[in-house]
Design a protein around this ligand. Structure first.
Ligand code: RP5
Length: 165
């Protein structure tokens, strides 16, 4: 059973394999920069199906409000988790060796009607944007976070030069 951490994180980052952590760490970094608590666990749709079931069916009973699920190849993790919870599931397609993540993207994006997964871009942009999207969702009910998110966005805008060097 995946234990939800004692600081009552609102975001759960889950990933199909240890090998996904290099990418999903970037999600964690953005969440941290916005002062959002998160848990992070390896849950494989294929190798640990019971762990997946336990986590997904109990997530709403814990503090979790948004689930970020990263997986590569036959990336069934986000969809299977979404099938077991009504919480929003954000899917991050990990770049695979054989097909550069196109397989991951299609596995995550092509969900049947009734069980939605919000699919992000393949790789780093998707991983980082999943954290920003989670922040947007949480900020609907959290004014302090909303302020931090707006300030993050403003800082980003200021960093963009008007002319290329
Ligand atoms: C998927 O298979 C994982 O999400 C990972 O992206 C991919 C490869 O896993 P490993 O063989 O590196 O464990 O389940």
């Amino acid at each position: 059973m995946v234990k939800i951490k004692k600081n009552n994180p609102k975001v759960a980052i889950i990933m199909g394999s240890q090998s996904d952590w290099t990418l999903l760490k970037k999600t964690a970094f953005v969440l941290k920069s916005l002062k959002i608590d998160y848990s992070y666990d390896i849950i494989s749709a294929h190798r640990t199906p019971q762990r997946l079931y336990d986590f997904a069916s109990n997530a709403h009973l814990n503090s979790i409000k948004v689930i970020i699920a990263g997986a590569g190849g036959a990336a069934h993790l986000p969809g299977m988790v979404a099938s077991l919870t009504h919480l929003p599931v954000l899917g991050v397609p990990v770049e695979s060796k054989a097909l550069k993540g196109l397989d991951s993207l299609l596995s995550i994006a092509q969900m049947p009607f009734g069980i939605p997964v919000a699919s992000l871009a393949i790789g780093e942009s998707g991983a980082k944007n999943s954290a920003l999207l989670a922040a947007s969702i949480l900020s609907l009910n959290d004014k302090a976070l909303e302020k931090r998110l707006i300030s993050w966005r403003n800082k980003q805008t200021k960093l963009i030069a008007k002319k290329p060097k």
